[in-house]
Ligand binder design. Structure first.
Ligand code: IMP
Length: 521
């Protein structure tokens, strides 16, 4: 007998079983071993909205919500101030690494907090004794054409003038001090003006650069017309509610010296601290967490790393505002191999988030994110954000220079537990060694490798690619926000399936003689 086609969906309701498995059924049915992101698939849902309607707003910690769930790793080849500024501009957040002195790290945090899109907070400034010849050389070397001149040659000093190419171009006496040629009659903007107001002053005065000064005529920053013209808008930037400054995170270790480090970071304006440890369930971390909560009750603290409920419970009880999940899943990581310790990331994320979410503690899935699909799966398994090292390595905003090998443009990317990173660790910076409890070791036991990755261009293109891709992925699952994803995974509406080895083969590219994998235009 043929059934009535118009009754197909109601007929389905009478089926005892839905296609696929709930997340709990999937995990329970595979309790013979841990699952990785590649071991699972999410079944498609009903699309009734454009992908651009999908909201990616998500919690980073109890008190911080981001417009996109992307976090960059505290690694010395991934996050310094440039990465942190751009991650925040693009709706995520960067966690500045601590494989440097406390002063250097605090200075990076300060730069992120002081950053204002369109304002140059760190212009190259000179004194009036610098010679015309030296300015000509600086122009060639740095590529700038304009230099503000202050009494002490620094930002914050009294503004005396400005020297532009027009002032020195035809000046033959290279030994003359710049005070002879500089423009002293200046159009300036007052500290606190908006970019639009600065833009208006530049337009009316027909100048290329606008020095911003405080009430004592000390130089604060500079607005440049050329920068304004190429200025991008960042409508989903992560900013503090009150100060409107970009949000910034930084990592510290669990040693006593890290308390003094944290003081400096907080003075610089830090919003969230990550207690950086490969295994978060240690008395050192518990003590540090309690100390931070006692001394800086308003500072958000991300504790970790953890991969089990037992580890999570300890840190939740000690006051963590968020947990970082992952042990051995990083792309540069050898922990599972060398230490025989760790957990496949899919199971770790499910296990920990299922527990932590009951207490309202958001979790960050850290490590092993190799593509957009992994991000969707991490979120579906219960994470609120993802932390990425390798996926962002090789972008223009990471520290370090590009170099060429085998005709390819590359950048270095290394694990913080690699011998190279641990060796760089100085007395002031125990980042790498303390992360692996190795600060007193005579022979370092590496838990990571040092390598290189291909140039990925700027994250101003790469993060929007991840963002759009994630919106499309959730649209395919029939989900319009990360909150809805959580609800529908928990109530069993979003369905999963185990991905066998042959399913993984089928789902990958196969049967081609050659191909080029271009991720985005
Ligand atoms: P990825 O995104 O897969 O490259 O993983 C980055 C994550 O790996 C970081 O956020 C850290 O949690 C972790 N990690 C960093 N360095 C090491 C290391 O040397 N060994 C093990 N894990 C590391």
């Amino acid at each position: 007998m043929t059934l009535d086609a118009s009754q197909a969906t109601s007929y389905l309701k009478d089926y005892a079983k839905k296609d696929g498995l709930s997340i709990k059924e999937l995990i329970d049915s595979t309790n013979f071993g841990g699952l990785t992101y590649n071991d699972i698939l999410i079944l498609p849902g009903l699309i009734s909205f454009p992908s651009s309607d999908v909201s990616l707003e998500s919690k980073l910690t109890k008190k911080i919500t981001l417009n996109s769930p992307f976090v960059s790793s505290p690694m010395d080849t991934v996050t310094e101030e440039t990465m942190a500024i751009h991650m925040a501009l693009l709706g995520g957040i960067g966690i500045i690494h601590h494989n440097c002195t406390a002063e250097e790290q605090a200075e990076m945090v300060r730069k992120v907090k002081k950053y204002e899109n369109g304002f140059i907070n760190d212009p190259v400034v000179i004194t009036q004794d610098v010679t015309v010849g030296e300015v000509k050389k600086m122009r060639k070397k740095l590529g700038f054409t304009t230099f503000p001149i202050t009494e002490n040659g620094k930002v914050g000093g009294k503004l005396l003038g400005i020297v532009t190419s027009r002032d020195i171009q035809f000046h033959e006496e290279n030994a003359d001090p710049v005070s002879k040629v500089m423009t002293k009659e200046l159009v300036t903007g007052q500290k606190g003006i908006t970019l639009t107001q600065g833009n208006e002053i530049l337009r009316k005065s027909k100048k290329g650069k606008l020095p911003i000064v405080d009430s004592d005529y000390n130089l604060v920053s500079l607005i440049s017309l050329t920068d304004l013209q190429k200025n991008q808008n960042f409508p989903i930037a992560s900013k503090s509610f009150d100060s409107k400054q970009l949000l910034c995170g930084a990592a510290i270790g669990t040693m006593d010296a890290d308390k003094a480090r944290l003081r400096k970071l907080v003075d610089a304006g830090l919003d969230v601290v990550v207690i950086d440890s490969s295994n978060g369930s240690s008395v050192f971390q518990i003590n540090m967490l309690k100390w931070i909560k006692e001394n800086y009750p308003d500072l958000q603290v991300i504790a970790g790393n953890v991969v089990t409920r037992e580890q999570a419970a300890i840190l939740i009880e000690a006051g963590a505002d968020a947990l970082r999940i992952g042990m051995g899943s990083g792309s540069i990581c050898t922990t599972q191999e060398v230490m025989a310790c760790g957990r496949p990331q899919g199971t770790a994320v499910y296990g920990v988030t299922e527990f932590a979410n009951k207490f309202g503690i958001p979790c960050i899935a850290d490590g092993g994110i190799g593509n957009i699909g992994h991000i969707s799966k991490a979120l579906a398994l219960g994470a609120s954000c993802v932390m990425m090292g390798g996926l962002l390595a090789g972008t223009a905003e990471t520290p370090g220079d590009y170099f060429y090998r085998d005709g390819k443009r590359l950048k270095s990317y290394r694990g913080m537990g690699s011998v190279a990173a641990m060796q760089q660790t100085s007395i002031n910076a125990n980042a790498s060694t303390s992360r692996y409890f190795s600060e007193s070791d005579k022979v370092f036991v590496a838990q990571g490798v040092s390598g290189s990755v291909i140039d990925k261009g700027s994250i101003t293109k790469f993060i929007p690619y991840l963002y759009n891709g994630l919106q499309h992925s959730l649209q395919d699952i029939g989900i319009q926000s990360i909150t809805e994803l959580r609800e529908k995974v928990d109530n069993g509406e979003v369905r999963f399936e185990f991905r066998t080895a042959s399913a993984q083969l089928e789902g990958g590219i196969n049967g081609l003689y050659s191909y080029e994998k271009q991720l985005h235009n």
